[in-house]
Design a protein around this ligand. Structure first.
Ligand SMILES: Nc1ncnc2c1ncn2[C@@H]1O[C@H](COP(=O)(O)OP(=O)(O)OP(=O)(O)O)[C@@H](O)[C@H]1O
Ligand SMILES: [Mg+2]
Length: 490
């Protein structure tokens, strides 16, 4: 069964997983973008630095080269050569450094810079060649070379400046992009949070809907039930505690409906039965008052009916106590034979001619825990029935201890036609009465219902069997054991 707890845990896990994945994804994406932007920015900065350095270095190198081509030519040729070689070395060194710096910074345009540098280097070499070979000592040639060097230095500087400008602009773009990226990352995080909240709300709503739907159904069915509508049904929509609750509710509703039906029937029959003796009471009283019948006769009839009414009222009270689970038996140690003998004695005036009662109350050990009055009531009804339904013949009452057991068996048998088979299966129900050969005109059919409840209230059993001679009622009751008697005696 998928319980509500499991459903909630699953929902929580799904939401956590979703939010977790989203956060990790956004974090990674943001970090990757930030890293690449930082890398670009770092390269850009290193290019800017390299360009600055180049600018400074080139100024130094060119000025040295220019210096070596002094106009007044006071130096000796070897001195020129030395100076120019120095400038040449500087160019060569600078060439390597710039190349490296620009390559590290993924230069945006190293070719031209290198070219220009190379030009200066070539010029220097030319000068060197000219001077070493002694091709010229003409100051004009040297001046020309110097001017070329100065020109080359200027063009190199302007190329560097151009590159610097474009690099600075590029850096500016990068900085703006980093800002933009930060803003977009923030927006992305907000969007992730918003979508997580929406997802959590959606999933939460779905789960709570699934949980609350059966609850709402249950609620409306309970309301309908409260209004007396037993037809409201609850579908078993979920396979969890609510599903169980709905099933139990259905069961409870069916039981309630059955109880309600039984209660209504009981009230209907009971009120009908209670009304029955009232009519003769009123009739005989009126006749007596009008002097139409003898008063003693009328009073006797009224007394009979009033007794009947009282018995009926007592029985109905007993039934309601039994059904409400409120029938209390005041248990005490009693001797069962005393109860049975008392009942036989009190009912013997009712025994018609041609009918006899034989008692076979053998057990000396006939003690039990019981309520004397209630047991008397139970046996009275059984014996009363036996007397009522025996036209002629013998009624036997026996009591014996069951072999190898602490149980007493009481049997009441009477001769006759037996219990009508149509009522036998529901014999111990309420208002199950049947007139047999004009006997039992006033029976209400509550006697055996109450009898059974009393016997069961003593942890006993009762059954009725028809046989070829008549009917036998068998009652089994737990007897007091030797130990419990010993305990009671202490
Ligand atoms: N010994 C019996 N022989 C034949 N039928 C019997 C016997 N005992 C009971 N019955 C049948 O069972 C029915 C139910 O008996 P029960 O004692 O419950 O009610 P009742 O005697 O009709 O009325 P009440 O006891 O309430 O005054 C009787 O009406 C009768 O038809
Ligand atoms: Mg009876």
């Amino acid at each position: 069964m998928i319980t509500i707890r499991k459903k909630l845990i699953a929902t929580f896990l799904v939401i956590s997983l979703f939010v977790g994945i989203m956060v990790v994804a956004v974090y990674n994406a943001g970090r990757n973008v930030a890293d690449s932007f930082h890398e670009l920015n770092d390269k850009s900065v290193s290019r800017i630095n390299a360009l600055h350095q180049m600018k400074i270095d080139s100024l130094v190198i060119y000025s040295r080269a220019v210096e070596s081509t002094v106009e007044d030519n006071q130096k000796e040729i070897p001195e020129y050569i030395q100076d120019i070689r120095k400038a040449e070395d500087d160019f060569a060194g600078a060439y390597v450094t710039y190349s490296q710096a620009l390559t590290n910074g993924d230069s945006v345009g190293p070719d031209r810079l290198i070219m220009d540098n190379w030009n200066a280097f070539a010029l220097n070499s030319d000068m060197l060649t000219v001077l070493v070979q002694g091709a010229t000592t003409d100051k004009n040639d040297i001046r020309e070379m110097r001017e070329k060097l100065e020109q080359s230095q200027k063009s190199f500087e302007s190329v560097i400046n151009e590159n610097l400008d474009s690099e600075l602009a590029h850096n500016q773009v990068l900085t703006t992009r980093v800002d933009d990226m930060e803003r977009s990352l923030f927006a992305l995080i907000l969007a992730v949070l918003a979508s997580s909240v929406m997802f959590a709300t959606g999933l939460g709503s779905l789960v709570s809907y699934r949980i609350s739907k059966p609850l709402m159904q249950l609620k409306s069915s309970v309301m309908e039930l409260a209004n007396g509508n037993y037809e409201a049904r609850i579908m078993k929509v979920s396979n969890d505690e609510f599903g169980d609750l709905a099933a139990n509710f259905e069961k409870m509703k069916d039981e309630l409906r059955e109880k309600d039906k039984m209660q209504n029937e009981f009230i209907m029959v009971a009120s009908h039965e209670l009304r029955t003796p009232i009519q003769p009471i009123l009739g005989f009283a009126e006749l007596a008052l009008k002097g139409k019948i003898a008063t003693p006769h009328a009073l006797q009839k009224i007394l009979d009916e009033a007794r009947r009414l009282k018995r009926l009222a007592d029985d109905i009270l007993d039934v309601s106590q039994i059904e409400g689970g409120k029938m209390i038996c005041k248990m005490e140690d009693i001797y069962i034979n005393d109860v049975i003998e008392g009942v036989i004695q009190s009912l013997s005036p009712l025994v018609p001619p041609g009918v006899s009662i034989t008692a076979d109350l053998s057990p000396v050990d006939g003690f039990l825990k019981g309520d004397t009055e209630r047991l008397r009531q139970a046996f009275s009804n059984i014996l009363d029935n036996a007397i009522k339904f025996t036209q002629a013949g013998n009624i036997t009452v026996s009591c014996s201890k069951l072999k190898d057991s602490d149980k007493l068996e009481i049997r009441v048998s009477n001769e006759g036609n037996g219990i009508p088979t149509e009522i036998l299966p529901r014999l111990f129900g309420k208002f199950v009465a049947k007139d047999i050969d004009g006997r039992n005109k006033h029976g209400t059919g509550l006697g055996l219902f109450i009898t059974k409840a009393i016997i069961e209230g003593h942890d006993g059993e009762i059954r009725a069997d028809n046989n070829d001679r008549g009917t036998t009622f068998t009652i089994i009751l737990p007897a007091l054991t030797q130990e419990s008697k010993g305990l009671a005696a202490q």
